[in-house]
Ligand binder design. Sequence first.
Ligand SMILES: NC(=O)C1=CN([C@@H]2O[C@H](COP(=O)(O)OP(=O)(O)OC[C@H]3O[C@@H](n4cnc5c(N)ncnc54)[C@H](OP(=O)(O)O)[C@@H]3O)[C@@H](O)[C@H]2O)C=CC1
Ligand SMILES: O=CC(=O)O
Length: 313
Amino acid sequence: MDIIFHHPTFDTEYWLNRLQQALPDARVRQWKQGDRQPADYALVWHPPVEMLSGRKGLKGVFALGAGVDAILSKLQAHPDMLPDGVPLFRLEDTGMGLQMQEYAVSQVLHWFRRFDDYQRQKQQGQWQPLDDYRREDFTIGILGAGVLGGKVADSLVAWGFPVRCWSRSKKDFPGVESFAGGEALPAFLSGTRVLINLLPNTPQTVGIINRELLSQLAKEAYVINLARGVHLVEADLLAALDSGQLKGAMLDVFSKEPLPESNPLWTHPRVAMTPHVAAVTRPDEAISYIAKTITQLENGESVSGEVSLQHGY
Ligand SMILES: NC(=O)C1=CN([C@@H]2O[C@H](COP(=O)(O)OP(=O)(O)OC[C@H]3O[C@@H](n4cnc5c(N)ncnc54)[C@H](OP(=O)(O)O)[C@@H]3O)[C@@H](O)[C@H]2O)C=CC1
Ligand SMILES: O=CC(=O)O
Protein backbone atom coordinates (compact mmCIF):
# COMPACT_ATOMS: atom_id res chain seq x y z
CA MET A 1 0.00 0.00 0.00
CA ASP A 2 1.31 3.46 -0.93
CA ILE A 3 0.60 6.63 1.05
CA ILE A 4 1.48 10.14 -0.08
CA PHE A 5 1.75 13.10 2.28
CA HIS A 6 1.67 16.85 1.75
CA HIS A 7 1.45 19.60 4.35
CA PRO A 8 2.82 23.11 3.76
CA THR A 9 4.02 23.66 7.35
CA PHE A 10 4.13 20.41 9.32
CA ASP A 11 7.37 18.58 10.12
CA THR A 12 7.16 16.14 7.20
CA GLU A 13 10.02 13.92 8.44
CA TYR A 14 8.26 13.40 11.75
CA TRP A 15 4.95 12.56 10.09
CA LEU A 16 6.51 10.14 7.60
CA ASN A 17 8.41 8.31 10.34
CA ARG A 18 5.44 8.04 12.66
CA LEU A 19 3.11 6.95 9.86
CA GLN A 20 5.61 4.30 8.85
CA GLN A 21 5.73 3.02 12.44
CA ALA A 22 1.94 2.98 12.66
CA LEU A 23 1.52 1.22 9.29
CA PRO A 24 4.70 -0.89 8.92
CA ASP A 25 3.52 -2.63 5.73
CA ALA A 26 2.83 0.63 3.90
CA ARG A 27 5.23 2.64 1.73
CA VAL A 28 4.92 6.24 2.91
CA ARG A 29 6.38 9.16 0.97
CA GLN A 30 6.26 12.93 0.76
CA TRP A 31 4.47 14.00 -2.41
CA LYS A 32 6.63 16.22 -4.60
CA GLN A 33 5.67 18.08 -7.75
CA GLY A 34 5.66 15.75 -10.76
CA ASP A 35 5.06 12.62 -8.63
CA ARG A 36 2.47 10.58 -10.55
CA GLN A 37 3.45 7.25 -9.02
CA PRO A 38 0.49 5.23 -7.68
CA ALA A 39 -0.94 5.94 -4.26
CA ASP A 40 -3.72 4.28 -2.28
CA TYR A 41 -4.17 7.06 0.26
CA ALA A 42 -3.30 10.76 0.35
CA LEU A 43 -2.84 12.80 3.54
CA VAL A 44 -3.17 16.46 2.74
CA TRP A 45 -3.63 20.05 3.83
CA HIS A 46 -3.98 22.69 1.11
CA PRO A 47 -3.01 20.13 -1.52
CA PRO A 48 -1.72 21.31 -4.89
CA VAL A 49 -4.36 20.36 -7.48
CA GLU A 50 -1.92 18.16 -9.40
CA MET A 51 -1.28 16.03 -6.32
CA LEU A 52 -4.77 14.53 -6.49
CA SER A 53 -6.36 15.38 -9.80
CA GLY A 54 -6.85 12.50 -12.19
CA ARG A 55 -5.09 10.14 -9.79
CA LYS A 56 -6.23 6.57 -10.43
CA GLY A 57 -6.36 3.88 -7.74
CA LEU A 58 -6.87 6.30 -4.86
CA LYS A 59 -8.94 4.74 -2.06
CA GLY A 60 -9.19 7.69 0.30
CA VAL A 61 -8.02 11.22 1.08
CA PHE A 62 -7.42 12.39 4.65
CA ALA A 63 -7.56 16.10 5.45
CA LEU A 64 -5.04 16.84 8.22
CA GLY A 65 -7.42 19.12 10.09
CA ALA A 66 -11.04 19.26 11.23
CA GLY A 67 -12.36 21.84 8.75
CA VAL A 68 -12.46 20.84 5.10
CA ASP A 69 -13.62 24.17 3.66
CA ALA A 70 -10.32 24.90 1.90
CA ILE A 71 -10.15 21.52 0.21
CA LEU A 72 -13.84 21.62 -0.75
CA SER A 73 -13.53 25.06 -2.31
CA LYS A 74 -10.56 23.83 -4.35
CA LEU A 75 -12.63 20.83 -5.33
CA GLN A 76 -15.34 23.09 -6.63
CA ALA A 77 -12.92 24.77 -8.99
CA HIS A 78 -11.28 21.43 -9.91
CA PRO A 79 -13.94 18.71 -9.66
CA ASP A 80 -11.54 16.03 -10.95
CA MET A 81 -9.36 16.51 -7.85
CA LEU A 82 -11.37 13.86 -6.01
CA PRO A 83 -12.27 11.00 -8.33
CA ASP A 84 -15.90 9.84 -8.06
CA GLY A 85 -16.49 7.58 -5.09
CA VAL A 86 -13.19 8.32 -3.34
CA PRO A 87 -14.06 9.22 0.26
CA LEU A 88 -12.67 12.34 1.93
CA PHE A 89 -11.99 12.05 5.67
CA ARG A 90 -11.28 14.72 8.24
CA LEU A 91 -9.88 14.67 11.75
CA GLU A 92 -12.57 14.14 14.34
CA ASP A 93 -11.29 15.47 17.63
CA THR A 94 -7.87 13.72 17.72
CA GLY A 95 -6.92 15.99 20.62
CA MET A 96 -8.70 19.12 19.38
CA GLY A 97 -11.72 18.67 21.65
CA LEU A 98 -9.66 19.16 24.80
CA GLN A 99 -7.94 22.23 23.34
CA MET A 100 -11.31 23.76 22.45
CA GLN A 101 -12.55 23.04 25.96
CA GLU A 102 -9.52 24.76 27.48
CA TYR A 103 -10.01 27.79 25.26
CA ALA A 104 -13.75 28.16 25.79
CA VAL A 105 -13.77 27.47 29.53
CA SER A 106 -10.88 29.83 30.27
CA GLN A 107 -12.47 32.66 28.29
CA VAL A 108 -15.97 32.18 29.71
CA LEU A 109 -14.55 32.16 33.25
CA HIS A 110 -12.50 35.28 32.45
CA TRP A 111 -15.66 37.19 31.57
CA PHE A 112 -17.85 35.55 34.22
CA ARG A 113 -15.40 36.62 36.97
CA ARG A 114 -15.25 40.09 35.35
CA PHE A 115 -11.48 40.00 34.84
CA ASP A 116 -12.00 42.25 31.78
CA ASP A 117 -13.65 44.90 33.98
CA TYR A 118 -11.01 44.55 36.68
CA GLN A 119 -8.26 44.90 34.09
CA ARG A 120 -9.84 48.17 32.89
CA GLN A 121 -10.14 49.34 36.49
CA LYS A 122 -6.51 48.54 37.14
CA GLN A 123 -5.51 50.65 34.15
CA GLN A 124 -7.42 53.53 35.76
CA GLY A 125 -5.94 52.90 39.23
CA GLN A 126 -9.41 52.05 40.54
CA TRP A 127 -10.00 49.74 43.55
CA GLN A 128 -13.68 48.89 43.28
CA PRO A 129 -15.32 45.51 43.95
CA LEU A 130 -18.06 44.90 41.35
CA ASP A 131 -21.30 42.92 41.63
CA ASP A 132 -20.87 39.24 40.87
CA TYR A 133 -22.49 37.87 37.74
CA ARG A 134 -24.94 35.05 38.38
CA ARG A 135 -24.58 31.76 36.53
CA GLU A 136 -28.29 31.80 35.69
CA ASP A 137 -27.72 35.06 33.77
CA PHE A 138 -24.76 33.58 31.91
CA THR A 139 -26.30 31.26 29.35
CA ILE A 140 -23.78 29.88 26.90
CA GLY A 141 -25.02 29.27 23.35
CA ILE A 142 -22.90 27.11 21.07
CA LEU A 143 -23.39 27.40 17.32
CA GLY A 144 -22.53 23.95 15.97
CA ALA A 145 -22.97 20.86 18.10
CA GLY A 146 -20.67 18.45 16.34
CA VAL A 147 -17.50 16.80 17.58
CA LEU A 148 -15.98 20.00 18.98
CA GLY A 149 -19.18 21.87 19.89
CA GLY A 150 -20.34 18.82 21.84
CA LYS A 151 -17.09 18.66 23.80
CA VAL A 152 -17.19 22.37 24.60
CA ALA A 153 -20.81 22.02 25.74
CA ASP A 154 -19.83 19.18 28.12
CA SER A 155 -17.07 21.20 29.71
CA LEU A 156 -19.27 24.25 30.32
CA VAL A 157 -22.06 22.11 31.77
CA ALA A 158 -19.43 20.75 34.17
CA TRP A 159 -18.76 24.34 35.30
CA GLY A 160 -22.45 24.76 36.07
CA PHE A 161 -23.42 27.19 33.30
CA PRO A 162 -26.76 26.95 31.50
CA VAL A 163 -25.71 25.62 28.07
CA ARG A 164 -27.62 25.42 24.79
CA CYS A 165 -26.54 24.41 21.32
CA TRP A 166 -27.74 24.95 17.77
CA SER A 167 -27.25 22.50 14.93
CA ARG A 168 -28.99 21.10 11.88
CA SER A 169 -30.23 18.03 13.74
CA LYS A 170 -31.48 17.84 17.32
CA LYS A 171 -29.05 16.63 19.99
CA ASP A 172 -29.50 14.81 23.25
CA PHE A 173 -26.48 15.98 25.25
CA PRO A 174 -26.87 15.72 29.05
CA GLY A 175 -27.66 19.11 30.57
CA VAL A 176 -27.72 20.92 27.21
CA GLU A 177 -30.79 22.49 25.62
CA SER A 178 -30.79 21.63 21.92
CA PHE A 179 -32.14 23.85 19.14
CA ALA A 180 -32.18 22.65 15.54
CA GLY A 181 -32.69 24.39 12.22
CA GLY A 182 -33.17 27.95 11.04
CA GLU A 183 -36.59 28.36 12.60
CA ALA A 184 -35.15 27.62 16.08
CA LEU A 185 -32.31 30.14 15.75
CA PRO A 186 -34.15 33.15 17.29
CA ALA A 187 -35.15 31.10 20.36
CA PHE A 188 -31.56 29.87 20.69
CA LEU A 189 -30.18 33.41 20.51
CA SER A 190 -32.70 34.94 22.86
CA GLY A 191 -31.09 35.09 26.31
CA THR A 192 -27.71 33.78 25.10
CA ARG A 193 -25.04 35.72 26.97
CA VAL A 194 -21.95 34.07 25.52
CA LEU A 195 -22.08 32.92 21.91
CA ILE A 196 -19.44 30.36 20.91
CA ASN A 197 -19.08 29.55 17.23
CA LEU A 198 -18.08 26.03 16.20
CA LEU A 199 -19.89 25.73 12.88
CA PRO A 200 -18.23 24.48 9.70
CA ASN A 201 -17.72 26.94 6.86
CA THR A 202 -20.44 26.14 4.32
CA PRO A 203 -22.53 28.30 2.00
CA GLN A 204 -25.29 28.23 4.65
CA THR A 205 -23.08 29.46 7.49
CA VAL A 206 -20.95 32.18 5.84
CA GLY A 207 -21.72 35.56 7.45
CA ILE A 208 -24.08 34.01 9.98
CA ILE A 209 -22.74 36.15 12.85
CA ASN A 210 -24.04 39.45 11.55
CA ARG A 211 -25.90 42.49 12.80
CA GLU A 212 -29.26 40.76 12.84
CA LEU A 213 -27.96 37.77 14.80
CA LEU A 214 -25.98 39.89 17.27
CA SER A 215 -29.02 42.07 17.97
CA GLN A 216 -30.91 39.01 19.23
CA LEU A 217 -28.38 38.09 21.93
CA ALA A 218 -28.76 39.14 25.56
CA LYS A 219 -27.64 42.70 26.35
CA GLU A 220 -23.90 42.98 26.98
CA ALA A 221 -23.25 39.62 25.37
CA TYR A 222 -19.89 38.14 24.44
CA VAL A 223 -18.76 36.33 21.30
CA ILE A 224 -16.08 33.68 20.92
CA ASN A 225 -15.28 32.73 17.32
CA LEU A 226 -13.39 29.45 17.17
CA ALA A 227 -14.48 28.21 13.75
CA ARG A 228 -13.77 30.33 10.67
CA GLY A 229 -13.36 34.07 10.09
CA VAL A 230 -15.92 34.11 7.27
CA HIS A 231 -18.68 33.26 9.74
CA LEU A 232 -18.37 36.70 11.29
CA VAL A 233 -19.16 40.06 9.66
CA GLU A 234 -16.36 42.04 11.29
CA ALA A 235 -17.96 45.46 10.71
CA ASP A 236 -21.16 44.26 12.40
CA LEU A 237 -19.19 42.94 15.37
CA LEU A 238 -17.38 46.26 15.78
CA ALA A 239 -20.67 48.19 15.56
CA ALA A 240 -22.27 45.93 18.18
CA LEU A 241 -19.27 46.42 20.50
CA ASP A 242 -19.36 50.18 20.06
CA SER A 243 -23.11 50.39 20.69
CA GLY A 244 -22.78 48.37 23.92
CA GLN A 245 -24.89 45.48 22.60
CA LEU A 246 -21.75 43.35 22.90
CA LYS A 247 -19.37 43.62 25.83
CA GLY A 248 -16.46 41.68 24.44
CA ALA A 249 -15.19 39.34 21.75
CA MET A 250 -12.50 36.71 21.67
CA LEU A 251 -11.47 35.82 18.14
CA ASP A 252 -9.20 33.01 16.97
CA VAL A 253 -10.04 33.10 13.28
CA PHE A 254 -10.33 35.89 10.72
CA SER A 255 -11.56 36.40 7.16
CA LYS A 256 -8.00 37.18 6.19
CA GLU A 257 -5.14 35.46 8.02
CA PRO A 258 -2.73 36.74 9.16
CA LEU A 259 -4.97 39.63 10.17
CA PRO A 260 -3.82 42.71 8.20
CA GLU A 261 -2.06 45.36 10.28
CA SER A 262 -4.67 47.96 9.34
CA ASN A 263 -7.62 45.90 10.63
CA PRO A 264 -9.38 47.81 13.47
CA LEU A 265 -9.81 44.58 15.45
CA TRP A 266 -6.12 44.86 16.40
CA THR A 267 -6.70 47.96 18.47
CA HIS A 268 -10.27 47.60 19.70
CA PRO A 269 -10.16 47.61 23.52
CA ARG A 270 -12.89 44.98 23.87
CA VAL A 271 -11.50 42.52 21.35
CA ALA A 272 -8.96 39.87 22.32
CA MET A 273 -7.43 37.57 19.77
CA THR A 274 -5.24 34.56 19.12
CA PRO A 275 -3.66 33.63 15.76
CA HIS A 276 -5.77 30.60 14.74
CA VAL A 277 -4.43 28.32 17.45
CA ALA A 278 -7.61 27.36 19.31
CA ALA A 279 -7.09 23.70 18.47
CA VAL A 280 -4.16 22.52 16.45
CA THR A 281 -3.61 19.12 14.87
CA ARG A 282 -1.80 16.85 17.33
CA PRO A 283 0.37 14.60 15.12
CA ASP A 284 0.38 11.48 17.29
CA GLU A 285 -3.38 11.45 17.86
CA ALA A 286 -4.04 12.25 14.19
CA ILE A 287 -1.69 9.49 12.99
CA SER A 288 -3.36 6.93 15.29
CA TYR A 289 -6.77 7.85 13.87
CA ILE A 290 -5.55 7.76 10.27
CA ALA A 291 -3.71 4.44 10.71
CA LYS A 292 -6.75 2.90 12.41
CA THR A 293 -9.08 4.15 9.69
CA ILE A 294 -6.87 2.95 6.85
CA THR A 295 -6.66 -0.49 8.50
CA GLN A 296 -10.44 -0.60 8.87
CA LEU A 297 -10.92 0.46 5.24
CA GLU A 298 -8.49 -2.21 4.07
CA ASN A 299 -10.47 -4.78 6.10
CA GLY A 300 -13.76 -3.59 4.61
CA GLU A 301 -14.98 -2.34 7.99
CA SER A 302 -17.09 0.74 8.60
CA VAL A 303 -15.25 3.90 9.62
CA SER A 304 -16.03 7.34 10.98
CA GLY A 305 -14.85 10.76 9.91
CA GLU A 306 -16.06 10.75 6.30
CA VAL A 307 -17.02 14.19 5.03
CA SER A 308 -20.44 14.58 3.42
CA LEU A 309 -19.74 16.27 0.10
CA GLN A 310 -23.44 17.06 -0.10
CA HIS A 311 -23.49 18.96 3.20
CA GLY A 312 -19.99 20.39 2.88
CA TYR A 313 -18.70 19.27 6.29
N1 LIG B 1 -9.83 27.60 15.28
C1 LIG B 1 -9.29 26.41 15.21
O1 LIG B 1 -8.15 26.20 15.62
C2 LIG B 1 -10.11 25.27 14.69
C3 LIG B 1 -11.30 25.48 14.06
N2 LIG B 1 -12.08 24.41 13.66
C4 LIG B 1 -13.38 24.67 13.04
O2 LIG B 1 -14.40 24.06 13.82
C5 LIG B 1 -15.40 23.56 12.95
C6 LIG B 1 -16.25 22.52 13.65
O3 LIG B 1 -15.54 21.32 13.82
P1 LIG B 1 -16.27 19.96 14.26
O4 LIG B 1 -17.02 20.13 15.52
O5 LIG B 1 -15.26 18.89 14.19
O6 LIG B 1 -17.32 19.83 13.07
P2 LIG B 1 -18.58 18.86 12.98
O7 LIG B 1 -18.80 18.60 11.54
O8 LIG B 1 -18.41 17.69 13.89
O9 LIG B 1 -19.78 19.74 13.56
C7 LIG B 1 -20.41 20.73 12.85
C8 LIG B 1 -21.69 21.13 13.56
O10 LIG B 1 -22.27 22.23 12.88
C9 LIG B 1 -23.64 21.94 12.61
N3 LIG B 1 -24.06 22.60 11.36
C10 LIG B 1 -23.52 22.50 10.13
N4 LIG B 1 -24.19 23.26 9.24
C11 LIG B 1 -25.19 23.83 9.94
C12 LIG B 1 -26.25 24.71 9.58
N5 LIG B 1 -26.41 25.16 8.32
N6 LIG B 1 -27.10 25.09 10.54
C13 LIG B 1 -26.97 24.64 11.82
N7 LIG B 1 -25.98 23.81 12.22
C14 LIG B 1 -25.11 23.40 11.30
C15 LIG B 1 -23.71 20.43 12.48
O11 LIG B 1 -25.04 20.00 12.66
P3 LIG B 1 -25.42 18.44 12.71
O12 LIG B 1 -24.80 17.90 13.98
O13 LIG B 1 -26.89 18.42 12.76
O14 LIG B 1 -24.82 17.83 11.48
C16 LIG B 1 -22.75 20.01 13.58
O15 LIG B 1 -23.40 19.99 14.82
C17 LIG B 1 -14.57 23.05 11.75
O16 LIG B 1 -15.36 22.96 10.60
C18 LIG B 1 -13.48 24.09 11.64
O17 LIG B 1 -13.85 25.10 10.73
C19 LIG B 1 -11.68 23.13 13.87
C20 LIG B 1 -10.48 22.87 14.47
C21 LIG B 1 -9.59 23.91 14.91
O1 LIG C 1 -8.63 25.19 11.81
C1 LIG C 1 -8.16 24.11 11.91
C2 LIG C 1 -8.81 22.90 11.51
O2 LIG C 1 -8.32 21.81 11.85
O3 LIG C 1 -9.84 22.99 10.82
